[in-house]
Design a protein around this ligand. Structure first.
Ligand SMILES: [Cu+2]
Length: 116
């Protein structure tokens, strides 16, 4: 008795790639183990303690960062390229209140976007 299964070979030909490309413009999240979590989109309240633009670092007192399981604290963040417009970055000073998006990037905690 023979059964021939020749149908259905072209069903998986089209994958929706546009949505993925939009979510990760720089493609840096490939090392992340939890692709289902969209934590990088979370805006977190933060207050500037120290600005080091030459060193691409910000010291922030931040609220809880849920997607990193991190309680509120004061700590140093790397500053990712393109996190904000140069004019905005140049205007930052201690005491400013911000909203930031935070990511783990190559083992470091970086601010990937910020706004007032
Ligand atoms: Cu922290």
């Amino acid at each position: 008795m023979k059964t021939l299964l020749i149908t259905g070979l072209c069903a998986a030909a089209s994958l929706p790639l546009s949505a993925l490309a939009q979510a990760a413009p720089t493609g840096h999240e490939s090392h992340h183990a939890a692709p289902a979590r969209q934590g990088a989109e979370e805006w977190v309240a933060a207050e500037i303690r120290r600005v080091d633009l030459a060193g691409r670092k910000l010291t922030l007192k931040h609220a809880e960062i849920k997607h990193l399981d991190m309680p509120g604290m004061t700590m140093v963040f790397g500053l990712k390229d393109g996190a904000a417009a140069p004019e905005l970055l140049a205007s930052l000073k201690p005491g400013d209140k911000l909203q930031v998006q935070v990511q783990m990037l190559d083992g470091k905690t970086v601010v990937s976007a910020l706004k007032r």
